[in-house]
Design a protein around this ligand. Structure first.
Ligand code: GRG
Length: 304
């Protein structure tokens, strides 16, 4: 079903993703070694190297390259955003949060190492992310590095990721959760880090303020798009599986876009978000913008 989308014939997105994921994985592997205390480093490596699509680090690299920066310049930041993403999932999976036993097809961190280790390994990864950006970024000015650190902090704190998570946690099961609330949760929980990832890459690539704001808008659109598509897939997947499994009942009371505005309006909204995302890239060199455009199409058209 994914192949029906129009793609630029000269750009092979699958190979691009694969190639970039390999270099990100190599850098992540090198960023945490199995030193003393072994337990915490083992736990960090377990979740960090457990797979995952590496969407955020690849976005950082693609945004850096859009402005002529090299992959290596963005790599510490790319690793940092994946570390933050990973630690947020580790904490989210804990019994007093989402209570998940599986993540990326493997037992969750706390299932393997225990809750205390999972909390601490997440904390350590949060600190390591900033350490990495500050100490390993090379080839740009220190003021660029500081701006990158500011972006990262903003994306994950109580105005970003944590804001989304707290509102989500506190509104669980609330039947009055409206569209505005749902959008706030998604913009904060998901879009903020995607935005940070893209903007950090752009700053490192040498983007000026106007260019940064363009890709910021692009990222905010694909961030929300990611969640709207997720909500749509929730419906289409569970209706496909109807009769085969009753497992989807578990999320029956979750507020989603289709529940609030219907499936048709949700599809229209996701089309609109994709168009708005791609529009932001209109003024850039089309070869250099191809990965970011393909990423928007991928997020819009993914089928699981
Ligand atoms: C950041 C300090 C700090 C604390 C974390 C627990 C928490 C606060 C936030 C949870 C945020 C959360 C669970 C967001 C959902 C993000 C999301 C869209 C996950 C799915 O991302 P994919 O599809 O997953 O990119 P993979 O496995 O491919 O990486």
């Amino acid at each position: 079903a994914m192949d029906s989308s129009p793609k630029p014939p000269t750009f092979d997105f699958k190979s691009y993703m694969l190639e970039k994921a390999i270099s990100v994985n190599k850098a992540l592997d090198a960023s945490v070694s199995l030193q003393e205390p072994v337990k915490i480093h083992e736990s960090m490596r377990y979740s960090l190297l457990a797979g995952g699509k590496r969407v955020r680090p690849i976005l950082s690299i693609a945004a850096c390259e859009l402005f002529g920066g090299h992959e290596a310049v963005a790599m510490p930041s790319a690793c940092a955003v994946e570390m933050i993403h990973t630690m947020s999932l580790m904490h989210d999976d804990l019994p007093f949060m989402d209570n998940d036993d599986l993540r990326r097809g493997k037992p969750t961190n706390h299932k393997v190492y225990g809750e205390s280790v999972a909390v601490l390994a997440g904390d350590a990864m949060l600190a390591l992310a900033f350490h990495l950006v500050a100490t390993e970024t090379s080839g740009v000015s220190s003021s660029q590095v500081v701006r990158v650190i500011v972006e990262l902090a903003k994306a994950i704190g109580a105005e970003g990721l944590v804001a989304g998570q707290i509102v989500d946690v506190c509104s669980e099961g609330d039947p009055n959760l409206g569209l505005k609330d749902l959008e706030f949760i998604h913009r904060s929980k998901t879009a903020a880090l995607l935005e940070g990832s893209v903007v950090m890459g752009a700053i490192l690539g040498g983007a000026n303020d106007e260019e940064v704001e363009k890709v910021r808008k692009y990222a905010r659109c694909i961030g929300l798009l990611f969640q709207v598509v997720d909500d749509i897939l929730d419906v289409t997947k569970s209706s496909k599986e109807l009769g085969k499994t009753a497992g989807k009942d578990l999320v029956a009371d979750k507020t989603t876009y289709p529940k609030l505005i219907g499936i048709e309006k949700s599809r229209e909204f996701s089309d609109e978000l994709k168009r708005e995302a791609v529009d932001q890239l209109a003024g850039f060199n089309s070869d250099k913008a191809a990965p970011l455009i393909a990423m928007a199409n991928y997020i819009a058209n993914r089928d699981n």
